[in-house]
Design a protein around this ligand. Structure first.
Ligand SMILES: [Zn+2]
Length: 274
């Protein structure tokens, strides 16, 4: 059973040598990486990466919610991209609600309200295409995003980079959705507590590369390989074997992205399933 990095911005310049990144990750045991799209151009790049490394790269196409300039035209265009490439795509993502852009003042309250309206349309679009949704909704944004997910009930939902309250985390898990944690689990008590509180059947692991981490990762560039180290820490926190973490997080990812039983090739699995 391999490890899967369920969220990485593989189209970032840091990963210019994709073959080398995949090789290095596979040497660490991470054989699949879900590449998250941030907008039209990013999505296009990710489709190209999926074509280059179809066994390693699972493509998700999205519209990043921390970008103030996102528009209705862009939503339409992203949904059109998803429709055209449906057979090669495993999720809508990342999409969601802003948090950091509001905190640092780079987004107005009005732009944030527009993002909320855009998210309704995007999630509806995912439902029409039977695609799961990768959500970015940190801290207080998680409650609102959960309400939107519950309203449209996509086939699956993961709260990536999850930082919600224990109550929100419990509600996410009760709804049958997933929470995805980052290498911060290795050095931040808040994130360690989140892992303790989340049932393993609701947990996924991500690098969110190229985001740089602190603690033991300070000064290192982030690649999907870090998920193998993250899994060791999750096993320790949950008091289970590394094997169990590997197995359950793999099964969770298969359940979420709808590629159960298809090995590491979601597209072949879909074709096989008709
Ligand atoms: Zn991201």
């Amino acid at each position: 059973m391999p490890f899967i990095d369920t969220h990485c911005h593989l189209d970032a310049p840091n990963y210019a040598d994709l073959a080398a990144v995949c090789r290095q990750s596979e040497q660490a045991g991470v054989t699949v990486t879900v590449a998250a799209g941030a907008g039209l151009d990013s999505n296009q790049r990710i489709l190209g990466l999926q074509q280059q490394q179809p066994a390693h790269v699972w493509a998700a196409l999205g519209l990043h919610p921390e970008r103030p300039e996102a528009s209705w035209d862009e939503v339409e265009a992203v949904l059109a991209q998803l429709r055209s490439h449906r057979g090669r795509v495993v999720a809508l993502g990342e999409v969601g609600l802003p948090h950091y852009a509001l905190l640092d003042g780079s987004m107005t309250a009005e732009q944030a309200r527009r993002h909320e309206a855009l998210l309704h349309a995007l999630v509806k679009g995912a439902v029409a295409l039977s695609l799961p949704v990768v959500l970015h909704a940190p801290h207080a944004a998680a409650d609102k995003a959960l309400a939107i997910a519950r309203r449209y009930e996509p086939s699956g939902v993961v709260f990536h980079w999850h930082k919600g309250s224990p109550e929100t985390t419990a509600a996410i898990c009760e709804a049958g959705y997933f929470v995805s944690v980052t290498p911060e689990v290795c050095y931040r008590e808040r994130d360690r507590e989140l892992v303790r509180a989340t049932p393993l059947r609701n947990l996924l692991l991500e690098s969110d590369g190229p985001w740089p981490y602190g603690g033991e990762f300070a000064g290192q560039s982030t690649t999907p390989a870090v998920v193998a180290r993250l899994a060791v820490e999750v096993a320790r926190l949950k008091g289970v074997s590394l094997e169990e973490v590997r197995e359950l997080t793999w099964e969770n990812a298969q359940r979420l992205f709808g590629c159960g039983g298809s090995g590491s090739d979601p597209v072949a699995g879909r074709i096989g399933a008709g």
